[in-house]
Design a protein around this ligand. Structure first.
Ligand code: COA
Length: 182
């Protein structure tokens, strides 16, 4: 544990069924959460969590917890054949902008490339979502390209910047959160 993790009131632990109310709160906190999945009710949140935590699932979902509540999620969706993972994240709107997601993403990326046994992580974000790019870079990801006109959103084609982090890449200096696997 570093001094910076000791007094920072956020930590990571696996997503669990009991997080449904907090997942619903996050999905209803901002319109931009609509692109993260279809969660508009408690039952939807239950299903969302069940899909990510089912036995044998390819997903490794880590809840960001603050004062006993989930406020965000960082997930690695594993491609076992290629020992790689698709990396994605979201944060409840009122918990954003505090640097927590940068720390959470750096922590989960390090976990995935060390304990998780993966050799490559990858992600993509719309170019009009610069906060996501800042999170990726803080977690040690390197921009590898741009997929031009990838998405059609409200009638406009939007580019997506693509990022990767290899096991052999330098570790970022971003402080970690405490991560507990149970
Ligand atoms: C993307 C998301 C997770 C970021 O969460 P967050 O809590 O704001 O993240 P952090 O506070 O840890 O870091 C955000 C960084 O983005 C930067 N940032 C925020 N808005 C920005 C903007 N408009 N332009 C440039 N940088 C911006 C912040 O300054 C900060 O970087 P810094 O510390 O170097 O200054 C959050 O906005 C979210 O959940 N969005 C909806 C879901 C989503 O888009 N997920 C990613 C899909 S690819």
């Amino acid at each position: 544990m570093t001094a910076s993790t000791a007094h920072f009131p956020y930590a990571l632990r696996p997503l669990v069924a009991g997080d449904a109310a907090d997942v619903l709160a996050a999905f209803t906190s901002h319109p931009d959460m609509a692109r993260q999945g279809d969660v508009a009710s408690f039952a939807d949140a239950d299903r969302y969590i069940a899909g990510l935590t089912a036995p044998g699932s390819r997903h490794c979902p880590w809840a960001i917890e603050n004062e006993g509540h989930l406020v965000g999620l960082v997930c690695v969706t594993v491609d076992a054949v290629n020992r790689s993972g698709w990396f994605w994240y979201w944060m409840r709107a009122d918990a954003r902008g505090k640097g927590v997601m940068q720390r959470a993403a750096a922590t989960v990326a390090a976990w995935a490339l060390e304990a998780g046994g993966l050799e490559r992580l990858e992600l993509g974000h719309r170019v009009n979502n610069p906060a996501s790019g800042a999170v990726a870079r803080a977690a040690g990801f390197v921009q590898e390209g741009t997929e031009r006109g990838k998405f059609l959103i409200d009638g406009v084609r939007v580019d997506v910047d693509t990022y990767g982090r290899l096991q052999s890449d330098p570790h970022p200096s971003t402080p970690h959160l405490l991560l507990s696997s149970h």
